[in-house]
Design a protein around this ligand. Structure first.
Ligand code: CAO
Length: 436
């Protein structure tokens, strides 16, 4: 009769899914050989064999959820019979049974929660691709090694394992990265991103008290995308200050005329409407780069950045040219409210062709918005202020709106961006031009 191996003490975690089943019936196991990998929303854990033996029966399936004490398998001594010991249903945890003790270094290790991790080491190091992510999930490697591969953006599908049963070891990844760095010519005068010094790990408590706050799910997710976009898109930002004095009067009039049942029209709404008029004349701003081709979209769906307690979200207003100002205003208000309540569906943040990041309601003038790939441009709005401006032979107080247009320089030239800003300036200075 074999010995039942159970899930050991795994802290406060319950009902954790098995993401890897690393053994099968008949396998001869060594002490500490990994049996299953569990992944909670916070960490991954490998459960090792508590002793050597032969797997007589596997009692769990991939994807099944387990807690401390859940039976994993029946282990027989290496020479014992392979007969199934009992046709009984899988037993539940036996109170008082000895927990399997995990080696300290294999206890919970942190892993990305939402993780479609993205490559942050472009050019000279192999990049994580969707195929790489799939390989990462299925690779024969420990969670620590997979995490290491994730951090470096290594596609585990390309790495040969030198461990038992071709298991991929940390050294295999180091070898792979080293080879990739050596085989790729360094960019720009003998320097490559792989040459960067390691990130400083500082014990800040040496200098004063600190509080450690883990990043939330949205921050982790958006952080990866922002980092990728910042590293991989050659951004340039053109700044422009636009006289919106008449537009602001128009906005105030519209809000005064409308009853309380109408949504308030903010500058963002008017800018979205103005963009819908400008973009058809600048198709490369409403496009995406795919390989060597530019995909020019025949539709205009505008995203806007919404600041929420959990982090940045970009809901999308669809078919903006076909919508009136009040309808856009109510959609912006409704999407922003739902973003803040965490009730946006993923598809409401997809399909955007161009984005706006408005900090005007908060303050500040010019900034450098990061492009929301696969889009190729984003418009930042600062706070409009009344400023003295030389106008029609005299100095007058005019409302000036700061614009910051970031664009992908692979697709858009500086001259094109200046023309785009000029076209937008003309429309915002005189909204009647939308009719032309
Ligand atoms: N200049 C001057 N005032 C402005 C302005 C501007 N550019 N933009 C907005 N305002 C005013 C509004 O008109 C409103 O004033 P009134 O109450 O007097 O009409 C007030 O500021 C508040 O506006 P709002 O910010 O609530 O509404 P909005 O439609 O302009 O913006 C939203 C909505 C969701 C974009 C905004 O609330 C928000 O989240 N902004 C932050 C975006 C962000 O985080 N960007 C950075 C991304 S990168 O990290």
């Amino acid at each position: 009769m074999g010995k039942e191996v159970k899930v050991p003490d795994i802290g406060d975690f319950r009902n954790v899914p098995i993401i890897e089943l690393l053994v099968k019936e008949g396998d001869l196991l060594k002490l500490d050989q990994p049996l299953i990998t569990l992944e909670s929303d916070k960490a991954t854990l490998e459960v090792p064999a508590p002793e050597a033996g032969r797997v007589e029966r596997v009692l769990v399936k991939l994807g099944e959820r387990v807690s401390e004490g859940s039976p994993i398998l029946i282990l027989a001594a290496p020479g014992e019979s392979t007969e199934s010991p009992s046709p009984d249903p899988v037993p539940v945890a036996t109170p008082g049974a000895d927990p399997v003790t995990l080696p300290v270094e294999e206890k919970w290790v942190s892993a990305p929660v939402v993780a479609p991790p993205v490559s942050t080491i472009p050019l000279s190091v192999p990049r994580m691709t969707p195929a790489g992510e799939e390989a990462l999930q299925t690779a024969h490697a420990s969670p620590t090694v997979r995490r290491f591969a994730r951090e470096l953006g290594v596609d585990l599908g390309q790495v040969a394992g030198s461990g038992p049963h071709q298991r991929i070891l940390r050294e295999d990844i180091q070898r792979f990265v080293k080879a990739a760095l050596q085989s790729s010519p360094a960019q720009g005068g003998g320097w490559s991103l792989g040459d960067l010094p390691a990130w400083p790990m500082v014990d800040f408590t040496k200098y004063g008290p600190v509080e450690t706050r883990p990043l939330g799910r949205i921050k982790k997710l958006s952080g990866g995308y922002l980092h990728r976009n910042w590293l991989m898109i050659p951004h340039v930002t053109n700044h422009e200050e636009v006289d919106i004095t008449e537009l602001e009067e128009f906005r105030q009039d519209l809000n005064r005329e409308a009853g309380p049942e109408f949504p308030k029209i903010t500058l963002l709404t008017l800018v979205l409407k103005a963009l819908a008029a400008v973009l058809p004349g600048f198709p490369e701003f409403n496009a995406s780069l795919q390989g060597d081709a530019l995909i020019l979209k025949q539709y205009i769906h505008l995203g806007f950045a919404a600041d929420t307690a959990s982090g940045l979200m970009v809901p999308v207003v669809r078919d903006v040219p076909s919508k009136g100002i009040r309808s856009i205003a109510s959609e912006v208000a409704e999407l922003a409210a739902r973003a803040r309540e965490g009730r946006l569906a993923p598809e409401e943040m997809q399909g955007g062709t161009f984005s706006v990041s408005s900090l005007g309601g908060i303050g500040g003038s010019f900034f450098t918005p990061i492009i929301n790939a696969p889009e190729v441009a984003i418009l930042g709005l600062g706070r409009a202020l009344q400023k003295p401006v030389w106008c029609a032979g005299t100095v007058a107080g005019r409302w000036m709106l700061p614009l910051s247009l970031s664009y992908d320089h692979r697709v858009i030239d500086g001259a094109g961006a200046a023309r785009f800003n000029e076209a937008l300036r003309q429309i915002l200075a005189d909204i009647r031009r939308i009719l032309v």
